[in-house]
Design a protein around this ligand. Structure first.
Ligand code: KG4
Ligand code: ZN
Length: 357
């Protein structure tokens, strides 16, 4: 089985060709970071226009690298949401056009399902159900991945996503965008115990997250210090990263306990999303998984951040189960994986339509 994957939900234009035998024949990602950096975040209109400009050429390159024609494909998988609606439309419409012209099945993939299934693209032996900590610029969720197309959300953020918190803290420290790698770099020289920051919701029951109070505490620390020295920046970055790590570990430990209380034994703990690139977080979840007797699986960075190989792979998993979509499948700005999960307790109306998944 060979599937073309297309990903355009936010600020990466991506195309990939993947086989059912887990070979990535092509996996191309064009980042728009430079286009959005002056604004400190992703600008939806710029993202959509850039996808229009680059996607056709990128797909052609991916097919060339794979050494295939469209006629050789068994399906076309495109992200249909959640994400910036204009950006999602570009990829989905392109996928539909290729599928229609070449008479191939269309797989309208949920971007979050792409992240959720991405570890199975590299780990053949990763069986369902597994616990997924999804930490990205647009999401912070704990999900039980029960099967393809079957998810139970155990917790989500009631305000900011964790990557968004990294980006905002970095902006307050004038460290640039994207903030995660910048905070991690600055934190290397810093003292994580110097600045007292809160651990929102840690120690409380449940598996939800909250990061906006932590961001406000960083703002207050910055204001209290006045003109920041490099040492101040490093110490705040290290203190912030430690606080985030403590919160992620606390909530994940609760999720493991909640599952075991209901007699569900996950086969592994999987961490995915751009924030999974963070070394302190990786080390902490590794030790948590070890303490709880759980295998840990973190996909390689190029599969953790947004990419089209994970969309092609989700397409392959869906195609194998006959989960094909009609050519009038709609693009969706919001699309929870667990449609039955309500809003997290205390959650306000999401005001982050410009964020990614
Ligand atoms: O998964 P991703 O590439 O895009 C989506 O949001 O879907 O994640 C991007 C997010 C950004 O907020 C970025 O600041 C964060 O991941 N990030 C990191 C690191 N690398 C990227 N956060 C913490 N530490 C890092 N090393
Ligand atoms: Zn993503």
């Amino acid at each position: 089985m060979i599937v073309l994957g297309i990903e355009t939900s936010c600020d990466e234009t991506a195309a990939a060709v993947v086989t059912g035998e887990r070979a990535m024949l092509a996996n191309l990602v064009l980042s728009q970071i430079a286009d959005h950096a002056p604004y400190g975040g992703v600008v939806p209109e710029i993202a959509a226009r850039s996808h229009v400009e680059h996607l056709d050429g990128l797909i052609a390159r991916a097919m060339r690298e794979a050494g295939l024609d469209f006629a050789d494909l068994d399906g076309v998988a495109a992200t249909a949401g959640p994400g910036l609606i204009g950006a999602v439309m570009v990829g989905l419409m392109t996928g539909k056009a290729i599928a229609a012209v070449h008479d191939k099945p269309l797989l309208a993939v949920n971007h979050l399902e792409g992240h959720a299934l991405s570890p199975r693209l590299v780990a053949e032996d990763l069986d369902f159900p597994y616990l997924l900590l999804l930490v990205s610029g647009g999401h912070c969720q704990l999900l039980l991945v029960e099967e393809v197309n079957s998810y139970r959300r155990l917790g989500t953020t009631i305000d900011d996503a964790v990557g968004e918190a990294f980006d905002k803290a970095a902006m307050l420290l004038e460290l640039g965008y994207p903030g995660g790698p910048a905070i991690e770099r600055a934190a290397r020289e810093g003292d994580p115990a110097r600045i007292a920051l809160p651990r929102p919701l840690a120690g409380r029951p449940g598996c939800d997250f909250s990061f906006s109070g932590l961001k406000t505490a960083v703002l207050h620390a910055v204001q209290a210090l006045g003109a920041l020295s490099d040492r101040d920046r490093a110490d705040i970055a290290a203190s912030f990263q430690r606080a985030v790590t403590d919160v992620l570990a606390d909530r994940t430990a609760n999720a493991i306990a909640v599952l075991r209380d209901s007699d569900v034994e996950p086969t592994a703990l999987v961490v995915a999303g751009g924030v999974a690139a963070n070394t302190e977080i990786r080390i902490r979840v590794e030790s948590l998984a070890g303490c709880r007797g759980l295998a840990l699986n973190i996909p390689p960075p190029r599969l953790c951040t947004d990419n089209a190989a994970m969309i092609a792979w989700a397409g392959i998993e869906r195609l194998a189960r006959g989960l094909v979509d009609p050519l009038d499948a709609s693009p969706r700005a919001r699309w929870p994986l667990d449609e039955d999960a309500g809003l997290a307790e205390g959650a306000g109306v999401p005001g982050r339509l410009g964020r990614k998944a």
